[in-house]
Structure formats: C-alpha cells, structure tokens
Write a protein that binds this ligand. Structure first.
Ligand code: KG4
Ligand code: ZN
Length: 360
C-alpha cells in the first residue's frame, strides 16, 4: 500500500510501558496494535509510583513491548515511516528509557523520529477515536494530571485551569488507602461507594466559591481523613456501611467539583465543537454519567474514549506523531527528555506536583 503511513508510538512517562503501531490509509486511521505493560504490581506496596523502580522496569521491558507491538501489527521495522516517542512531561527516568530506545531504533533503521508531548497525546485522542472537530474542551483527569485544555488544533492548546495540589486519581488512591481499600484506589472506592449514602457526611466542594477553573483535591482528602478517624474502630477497621458512606461522599464531592467547573468552562466558551474526557479517572461511572448529562443539557457533543485509550498508551503518542509527521515535522536525535513541558507555554505554571511527578 504505497500511500499508507505507519507510525510506531512509544510511551514510558509514568508507570505504563507502552508501544503501538498506527496506520493511516485511505483517509482512515487504524490502530494495528496497542500493547501496554502496566507496572501497578511493582509499585502497589509503596503507596505511589517509585521513580527508580519505574525507570528500571521501563528499561527492562521496552524492547519486548515494542517487539510485541510490531508482531501484533504484522509489521516489520522497515515498513515503518517514523517513530514517535513521549519526550515529556513525566518521570525523567522513564522518559529517558523510552526516548533512548526510540532514538536507537530510529538511528539503526534510518527512520525519522518525532518527540511527542505526552499531554498532546491525551488531548488529541478524541480525534483518533471519534473524529471530534476542533476546537474542543478536554478534561484530563488521572493519577498524574488534572487540567482543562482547549484544543484548537494539533499544535495549539490553551490550558484554562488545573489542580493547585493533587490530581483527582491521586486523591482516590489516598482515600482508598485511608479506608483500607485496595489499589488502584479509583475502582476500589467506586465499588465501595455503590452501597453508600453520599449525603451522610458533610464534605467540602473545594474552589467552587472561587472564580476561574482551577481545582483542588487535597482538602477533600483531609476531610475524609478526619471523618475516617472518627468512624474507625479500636482495631483500625471500619463498619462496612461507614466505609461505603465515606467512599460515596468522596466520589460525589469529586464529581460535583469536576462537573461544576466543566459547566463553568463550557458556559464561558461558546462555539466549541464538543468536549471530551481522558485519563484513568474518566473510568468513573458517576463522573462519566454526569458529564454525559451535562453535555445533553448544553446540547454539545461529548466524547469519552474507550478506557484503554483514556489511560496512558502508545497509540495516542503514535497519533500525535502521525499528525506532526504529516505537517512535515522531523526531529533531530539530540532532543532532550523533559520532566516538565507545558502544552501551553503562555499559561501560568502548574502548582500541583503529586506522587507521579511534576505536572506540566
Ligand atoms: O491515566 P492513568 O491510568 O495513569 C496516570 O495517572 O497517568 O490513571 C490512573 C488513575 C489512578 O489514580 C486510579 O485510581 C484512577 O485513575 N482511576 C479511577 C477509576 N479507575 C482508575 N478513579 C476513579 N474511578 C475509577 N473507576
Ligand atoms: Zn497520561
């Protein structure tokens, strides 16, 4: 197929070692393979991602993950048109592991390389999955990110607001730990919340009384800590109902804040083609449902990509790389690995820097 373009995408910026092959042909983009090797098990005893463990695991596994992505795609290396790799933002050891693997391959194969911003990968995913038209709003909510991005084009992004402390996934993980639930915390809290009464405990809705689109989750986590201490039995355990009510109250408060701020952003930004959500927290059924309702109320298109493409993956990096490749971008092999790399250089620096490293 002479006019097909094939891109290998590599992602290692946090705790997923990922590679994917994307092909554009006859105007359509097809994910030929998408391999994600999660490090969840390696980090679960430490209460967060340990950068040194993550970097070593990426370095050990990246070759195998790339090989599997190529095999699954039925593609040989010479059949690639370019290699796209996350060059930041993220944990520096991980970003280095991926970018060194990509540089080695590009050099050996004599293929072009594209240094991709991880956040651009997330931000462009609603186009890959649903062809959402520019401009749109992206709410990116994960264990490492929390921001509102107005996506104008494949090169132009405006960060409208974000967390001033923790990311919401991080807060879910901490609350799960406080309540003696498993990790990752989001799914565990969501499960416990199913039998809970969200109104039982009074919890704050941080930052809703302030103008703008910034968010905060650390006060909410502290409020849960205090309530949890008052419910805890002498042996440290919880009555099932208390735990369920705390989980439900927390989940409701997070969803209230995210939905209200999203509504505010949408109210202030007419003429958007739609809005989308991405990141691990986008898996939360209550949040997804309420954002769907909000979109219906505002008569706007809403895109929630399948979870495998909401969380970190190589396909989103390959897609951002494909768009750059078609614009004629080609990068030199000496591009740096960047722990911080704001998508919107004009926006004020982010204050939040949680367990998964500094946020861009
Ligand atoms: O995007 P992701 O896989 O990794 C990064 O953080 O980059 O997101 C993982 C985060 C974890 O903090 C996890 O607890 C949260 O997403 N999460 C959820 C749910 N599933 C995963 N949070 C709330 N509800 C869920 N169902
Ligand atoms: Zn991410």
């Amino acid at each position: 197929m002479a006019d097909a373009i094939r891109i290998l995408g590599i992602e290692t910026s946090c705790d997923d070692t990922a590679a994917a092959v994307l092909e554009e042909r006859e105007g359509g983009v097809h994910i030929l393979s998408n391999v994600v090797d999660s490090q969840d098990k390696l980090h679960q005893d430490f209460g967060g991602v340990v950068p040194e463990i993550a970097a070593r695991a990426h370095a050990e596994r990246i070759d195998l993950v790339i090989e599997r992505a190529m095999t699954d795609a039925g593609c040989d290396f010479m059949g690639l048109d370019a290699i796209a790799v996350t060059a930041g933002p993220g944990l520096i050891g991980g970003v280095l592991s991926g970018s060194m693997a990509a540089k080695g391959l590009a050099f050996a194969l004599g293929k072009p390389i594209l240094a991709v911003n991880h956040l651009a990968g997330h931000a462009l995913t609603p186009r890959l999955t649903d062809g959402l038209e520019f401009s749109y709003l992206l709410l990116l909510v994960s264990g490492g990110h929390c921001q509102f991005l107005r996506v104008e084009s494949a090169q132009q992004f405006h960060r409208l607001g974000g967390t001033i402390d923790d990311a919401p996934g991080e807060a879910f993980d901490k609350v799960a730990r406080l309540l003696g639930l498993g990790q990752p915390g989001g799914p565990a809290v969501e499960k416990a919340a199913k039998s809970g009464v969200s109104e039982r405990f009074e919890l704050p809705r941080p930052m809703l009384d302030r103008p703008g689109y910034d968010l905060s989750f650390s006060g909410l986590k502290t409020a849960i800590l205090r309530l949890a201490q008052s419910c805890q039995r002498a042996d440290g355990s919880f009555a099932e109902q208390d735990r369920a009510d705390l989980a439900a109250g927390f989940q409701r408060a997070v969803a209230d804040v995210l939905v209200e701020k999203t509504s505010r952003v949408l109210g202030d930004h007419p003429n958007l083609a739609g809005f989308a959500v991405a990141g691990g927290v986008a898996a939360n059924t209550e949040l997804r449902g309420r954002l769907t309702d909000l979109a219906a109320q505002k008569d706007l298109r809403f895109v929630a990509p399948p979870l495998a493409l909401c969380t970190d993956n190589g396909a989103m990096i390959a897609y951002a790389g494909l768009l750059a490749y078609k614009e004629g971008e080609r990068h030199l092999l000496d591009f740096p690995a960047r722990p911080r790399w704001p998508l919107d250089a004009a926006a004020a620096p982010m204050l939040g820097s949680g367990k998964r490293g500094a946020k861009a």
